[in-house]
Design a protein around this ligand. Structure first.
Ligand code: C2E
Ligand code: MG
Ligand code: MG
Length: 616
């Protein structure tokens, strides 16, 4: 007989049918994988020893038992539904993981698969199924241990960054969607003050022990704070000496402030690390907000900024996030980064404010005041950007532009009004311009280029900029003065006010700070004015005159102030009484008005602009 392999196989089955079935039965009975044959009604037909051991029942007592009860398939609706569908032959298989309780008390994890026995389908498609239940407890435990390692910090045993962010994301989600929660989350972001020094001087071992001890105290604080709430705040180590306390379902900033305060208090207590007594403090940034709309990154950025404030405000403190302070910081950053290109793009303009003689109320000069026409923030006054420009050095380039523009304008006025005494232009100069640029060469170049006579240029420097001037700055001031340029001390009276010292510098004018002028608000004889101010200012003006300096009063806002300042002997005044800082063309009008030329003789005592010039 010539037999094909398959025919040979078929032959073998017919010939050895019974013994082979016995082999399979033996294999089923002793297979290490727990197996049960279940009929279309869900009752156990047969189960092997491993299955019996898994569910803790003798194998011969399993037949007829409800399989779903043995491996807990009915406890959740979805699994139960799928299981029923498999029994009816409408679904290919069921796979699920179950935590089973063994009669001896221990519990285990089982991976359950239920699939139809091949060839067992009845007319309706249902039939016997094979149920396998693999014990995966060991794997689950390993996974859990791996997860613990991945989610915890070995030094402090606290949850690490990964777990912290997982919990934060979950808290934000729960807070936003769970109606029963407060809908808020809070965060204390903590950094030890001077931890690096501990590490550097005492070594990493002590450093690590300190971190572990800190972690313990933080956990204690969190536990205390957790009384009366569903769960205590989560304490995590985010890295280095940074920790975080996450308050889910926060009740408001007060709760967070209390936690931060208690934490600082707990950390102030010295640490005893194997004989080493260590005192540390910490800084904490506190953020508390509604969960809905908040993101983990946004919250952490806010916490980071706030922690930075706590550090810069002096450490050993907690600081609460302040949106306004943050906006200010952000605009400062944005402004700072766009300053340099703004100079190149020509986004700056100059306003001019008249300096008016007290004796005849005629315009003697104008102060150039820079403004930034910012594409996003609109017109910005110098107090928003001058200090930034000084910090990053762009003041040198900006200052040069101001100087050139102001000198060019002053020269134009001189040429346009030959009939009148020309007005000088007073330009503010920052300390850094004196130090970091060749101011003398720049000024000389600009005067030559614009044709403005040096006597029509005044440079305003602050007291602090010229005080203690030696070396290069002093040389620069001397060279400028010798060139014929006037040097004025701006905001006089706010700094050292050392007139005797000033007399040794090549200074020709003082600009009395607005804070003095403010005391001159009332007519003489009225009680509100501080007489001490008047005495001081009068003495200063007299001394300045004796030293050959002219005096300008800043911020003259009322006629009463002007009257008293004139009486005291101030030479010129500058302020809103006469004019706000205005665009160059307004000054041109003003010069024409005050000195209208031969056709219409000038009325004496006409205030150049009072009430007529409006700011841009
Ligand atoms: P400053 O040199 O003391 O300029 C006078 C400031 O007082 C100006 O403010 C002016 O608008 C304001 N002011 C004038 N009259 C009155 C008044 O009657 N009442 C009150 N309350 N204020 C008055 P502004 O324009 O905001 O300038 C602020 C400061 O920015 C200036 O103070 C100056 O130190 C600085 N600055 C302005 N332009 C420049 C510049 O081109 N370079 C440098 N380095 N600094 C500049
Ligand atoms: Mg000034
Ligand atoms: Mg001033």
């Amino acid at each position: 007989m010539t037999a094909t392999p398959s025919a040979g196989c078929a032959h073998a089955v017919t010939e050895r049918g019974e013994p082979e079935r016995a082999d399979y039965r033996g294999a089923f009975a002793h297979a290490p994988l727990p197996l049960a044959v279940v009929d279309g009604e869900g009752l156990v037909v047969d189960a092997n020893q491993a299955f019996a051991a898994l569910v803790g029942a003798p194998p011969d007592e399993l037949a007829g038992r409800v399989a779903a009860d043995l491996v807990d398939l009915a406890s959740d609706a979805r699994t139960w539904h799928t299981y029923r569908e498999v029994l009816r032959g409408r679904q290919a298989d069921l796979r699920c993981t179950r935590r089973l309780k063994h009669p001896d008390g221990h519990s285990l994890w089982a991976r359950i698969t239920v699939s139809p026995m091949p060839g067992s389908a009845d007319r309706d498609g249902g039939g016997t199924v094979l149920l396998a239940a693999a014990d995966i407890s060991a794997r689950r435990e390993l996974q859990a241990r791996l997860r613990h390692v991945q989610m915890h910090d070995p030094v402090t045993r606290l949850p690490n960054r990964n777990l912290f962010f997982e919990r934060l994301a979950a808290a934000l989600e729960a807070g936003a969607y769970d109606d029963s929660s407060t809908g808020r989350v809070g965060l204390c972001y903590l950094d030890l003050d001077g931890f690096k020094a501990v590490n550097d001087t005492l070594g990493h071992r002590i450093g690590d022990r300190l971190l572990a001890a800190v972690a313990e105290r933080l956990t204690r604080c969190a536990d205390l704070a957790g009384h009366g709430r569903t769960a205590p705040p989560l304490v995590a180590r985010l890295g280095g000496d940074e920790f975080a306390l996450l308050v889910e379902e926060s009740t408001g900033t007060e709760e967070l402030a209390g936690l931060a305060e208690a934490t600082l208090e707990a950390l102030r207590e010295p640490f005893d690390l194997s004989g080493q007594r260590l005192s540390v403090s910490a800084s904490i940034g506190v953020v508390e907000r509604r969960a809905s709309g908040a993101t983990a990154t946004g919250l952490m950025q806010a916490a980071d900024t706030t922690l930075y404030w706590a550090k810069t405000d002096g450490k050993d403190r907690w600081t609460l996030f302040d949106p306004e302070r943050n906006a200010h910081r952000m605009t400062r950053q944005t402004l700072s980064s766009s300053l340099r290109p703004a100079v190149d793009r020509g986004e700056f303009v100059l306003d001019y404010q008249p300096l008016v003689g007290f004796d005849d109320e005629d315009v003697r000069g104008v102060e150039a005041l820079v403004r930034w026409q910012h594409p996003q923030f609109g017109l910005l006054t110098p107090n928003r950007f001058i200090s930034l420009a000084e910090e990053d050095g762009s003041i040198v380039q900006l200052g040069c532009w101001v100087l050139r523009t102001a000198c060019r304008q002053a020269r134009r006025w001189q040429l346009a009004h030959p009939e009148r005494e020309p007005v000088f232009v007073s330009v503010n100069v920052a300390v850094r311009q004196v130090w970091d640029s060749d101011l003398v060469a720049d000024v000389a170049g600009i005067l030559a280029e614009t044709g403005l006579p040096p006597r029509l240029l005044q440079l305003e420097l602050t007291e602090s900029a010229v005080m203690g001037s030696t070396g290069r700055p002093l040389q620069a001031l001397k060279a400028l003065s010798e060139m014929g340029v006037r040097i004025a001390i701006d905001d006089f009276g706010t700094g050292y006010s050392n007139l005797a010292y000033l007399s040794r510098l090549p200074v020709s004018a003082l600009k009395l700070d607005g804070s003095f002028v403010r005391g001159f608000q009332y007519e003489e004889g009225e009680t509100q004015g501080n007489p001490a101010d008047a005495v001081i200012v009068e003495a200063m003006v007299q001394l300045a005159h004796r030293l050959g300096l002219t005096v300008t009063a800043e911020c003259v806002e009322t006629a009463a102030q002007a009257t008293r300042l004139r009486r005291i002997g101030c030479d010129t005044g500058q302020g809103w009484l006469y004019s706000r800082p205005v665009a160059a063309d307004r000054i041109s009008v003003l010069l024409g008005e005050v000195n209208p030329g031969p056709e219409s003789p000038k009325e004496p005592g006409v205030r150049p602009s009072a009430g007529r010039t409006r700011p841009r």
